[in-house]
Ligand binder design. Structure first.
Ligand code: AP5
Length: 219
């Protein structure tokens, strides 16, 4: 199925986790602005050095930088058969820019999946998150542990804890979400694109509910 989907939800809602499964299920490309920024930080690019200042503080990277990056990514050939945007748009300006970009590409969104999780669960998820340096696979020390602590089951790579998963930074990221990103729920609801999803419970159950909800919304 050729789908163009946005995932929206607070930090730790499971967007990255579900994006991996959903992009496989629907055979579409996952475009994660957070992953692109982290890859640039890891490679020490100018973009990475600029983005890191904001990411470490739990703030949004400036729109001018982020929108230009997404414009370039959406111009690539692999997104023509569908995409799943994870972490973009994150404020009203980015949502308007996305509308413009999609108009230029003569296409439009099919659905916006809103992942709903309460704050206590978010803190538990982010505090225990570990990510693989090698393949980017996301794990959790309690909810989804690897067989050998600190080593990725998928590729044998080393796991790390994200710098923005410190308690103070998590608090700021949640505030930024409430102030700037949560209003997009209404924006997309008014455009009849919003698909609310209970994102609590086992990862597999959330995936199954998400697939079902997206199929229903786009049939
Ligand atoms: P980004 O990487 O997008 O971070 P985020 O939105 O804060 O989301 P997270 O990646 O923290 O969480 P997630 O929802 O993907 O959860 P995950 O699947 O990992 O952005 C980082 C920074 O980059 C931003 O703060 C900003 O500075 C910058 N940035 C990015 N996009 C930008 C934009 N558009 N504009 C400006 N700046 C931008 O899951 C979390 C944990 O929970 C994992 O350990 C996982 O194993 C576990 N888990 C997942 N699902 C379940 C489940 N069902 N049950 C139990 N555990 C679960």
């Amino acid at each position: 199925m050729k789908l163009r989907v946005v995932l929206v939800g607070p930090p730790g809602a499971g967007k990255g986790t579900q994006a991996q499964f959903l992009s496989e299920q629907f055979d579409i490309v996952q475009v994660s602005t957070g992953d692109i920024f982290r890859a640039n930080v890891g490679n020490g690019t100018t973009l990475g050095l600029e983005a890191k200042k904001y990411m470490d503080a739990g703030e949004l990277v400036p729109d001018s930088v982020t929108i230009a990056m997404v414009r370039d990514r959406l111009a690539e050939a692999d997104v023509r058969h569908g995409f799943l945007l994870d972490g973009f748009p994150r404020n009203a300006e980015q949502a308007a820019a996305l509308d413009t970009l999609l108009g230029e590409l003569d296409t439009e969104l099919d659905a916006v999946l809103e992942m709903q999780v309460d704050n206590d669960e978010i803190i538990r998820r982010l505090a225990g998150r570990r990510t693989c340096h090698g393949c980017g696979q996301i794990w959790h020390v309690d909810y989804d542990p690897t067989q050998v602590e600190g080593t990725c089951d998928a590729c044998g790579g080393e796991l790390y804890q994200r710098e923005d998963d410190q308690p103070g930074t998590i608090r700021r990221r949640l505030e930024v979400y409430d102030e700037q990103t949560a209003p997009l729920v209404r924006y997309y609801s008014e455009r009849a694109l919003l698909v609310p999803l209970d994102a609590t419970g086992d990862v597999e159950d959330v995936t199954a509910r998400a697939i079902e909800a997206l199929k229903r919304a786009t049939s």
